[in-house]
Each structure stands twice: as structure tokens, then as C-alpha cells.
Write a protein that binds this ligand. Sequence first.
Ligand code: MG
Length: 339
Amino acid sequence: MPLELETEILNLTTRHPFIIARGGQSDYRTLMVRIKDADGHEGWGEAAATRFYGETLETVQAAVAMYAPLLGDDPHQLEAIERRMELALRGNAAARAAISSALHDLVGKRLGVPVWRLWGLDAAAAPQSTFTIGIDTAEMIRKKVAEASGYPILKIKLGSDRDLELLRTIRDATDRELRVDANCGWTAAHTVKMLPVLEEFGVTVLEQPVMPHDLDGLAHVRRAARIPLIADESCVTSIDIARLAGRVDGINIKLAKCGSLREALRMIAIARSHGMMVMVGCMIESSLGITAAAQVTPLVDIVDLDGAALLRNDPFEGATITGGQLALPDAPGLGITRR
Ligand code: MG
């Protein structure tokens, strides 16, 4: 009997409007994918469509509808199913990631083991997760820093004309570790000017200061930087890694960019073969999507999986973050339950 696929729209609201260098909002809609086998097992996944990568809820729905008839009847054929999807309709990474997550969840449930255990990983090896403070007024920044008191590492979004004010406000409010993500908001020349400033404020990691295509700009920044430089928007899938090697210190993997759990594992292996650091990040998504991404965290150096922690109404329970420490569920598959 062919695997059955159903979808459901999830309406998510962040506690505060989430603003980065290219804008932001409070209301997000993601798509939940449920895949059922003939034995009554059900695997779940979530698609967080990002317009920056060419996807909306509507394109995700259309892509998932095209992929559904390609599932076949054996969920264990993960490589073959993912290959069929890529050949049928390229791109649409968030849609494919949701199906990949649901299939891995289903396979884990059928075998009675958590996905991280299926991969031979030690859940206790996951590094601490950062918590992101989006661009906001000084008053709101202070409020958010106080609300994030459980997180020892904060990530700040820069790339607006108020960068110095934001850095000053946040540093006045806390002595915790700070990492910076400029989301392509700076030029290479401006980034080089900002490096001593970031250093003065004790910033320990710099993520994607320049435009995605500006690989020479990244290399220029890296030569001048004393802190690790991580490529996010410049690194979408494994194909991008070889040309980033030597130009950045590490890459940020997100399921909604790379399109599958298997591709995330390939990216980790390729980045390691180039001696690069690996970070795993997320979009604004519920604990469903976050827990899927969390399965790879025992293999990475930097974890930024706060997407569900930023929500007011997370519909799921899965991976948790306590005192910054990520904990993976022990239950079979992804280990997610509905609240
Ligand atoms: Mg980023």
C-alpha cells in the first residue's frame, strides 16, 4: 500500500516581532506534513517557507502535492525517495525537508529507535544553543535580554543603521557571550571596519556579513578577522561548500535551505573534510522542525535552534533547551508529541 501524505497549516506567532536586516514580522505560517504507513505508524515533518529562498506557504503546498505520489510504499528507501523528489521538482527545499523529516520520523518509529540513535550519535554531545535577539528598540532589547536569562549565549541580529546602538545596549544589559549575524547587511569594507568594534564588545562569532554571492568579500573579511566567520546565506547545499573552503571558517546548515536530513549529514561530512566548523540553524518554526534539525547537533560545533523558543504558541513538544543546553527526545523517530 502506498504511503499516505496529509498536510496541515500551522499558525505560529512569535513573542515579539522578529526583525532581521531584511525585515520581519510576528505571524508565520508553516506546513506540517504527516506520512502514514499501512501498519498505522505516522511520521511528522514541518516546512518553514522562506521568501529569501523563493518559497511561500503556497509554493510549499504545491510542491508537497507533487512529491506525495512519489513516496512509494517503503519509507526505508530514504535515498531513493529523496532522489525521486529532486528529479521531479528541483528547489523547494523546505517542502522536501518536511517530507524528509516525516520519513525519518516514520522509519525511527517503525524500528522503535530515535533518529539520532539510528545514526549512532550520542545525544549528550550536542553543544549549547544560542538565543537570538532580533533588531529592536533599546527598551525592547533590554526586555528580550532579561527574558532570555536562561541562555548563556546570545546571538544578535545586526545589519541596520543602528548597529552600534544595539551592540552598546545589549552589552550594557549583559556580560554573556555574544555572537553576531548581519544577514548580508554589510559590505566587505564595512565589515572590516566593524571587526575591531565587534572585538571591543566581545563578540565571538560573525555570521554572513556580506551578500551571498560575495565570496571574495567573505575571504577579505576572513583575512582581517580574529573571530570565526560563518557562511549562512552563501551556503545553501553541499555544492556550495568546496568554493567556501578557505574563504570562511564554517558553514551554517538549515533544513529549510538544504532540503533534507540526509543532505544535512552530507554537508557536515564535506565541511569536515575541508577542516571547517559546522553550525546548525533554523527558521522561525515550531518544535517539530527544530527537533528534526536537532538530530544532527551531536555532530556540530555551533547550535542556533531557538526558532521554537521565540514562539508564543508552539504546538509541539520535542527537543528542549534548558539553560542553553539542548536535549534530544528519547522516544522513537523524532520523538515529537502534540501539546
Ligand atoms: Mg544567519
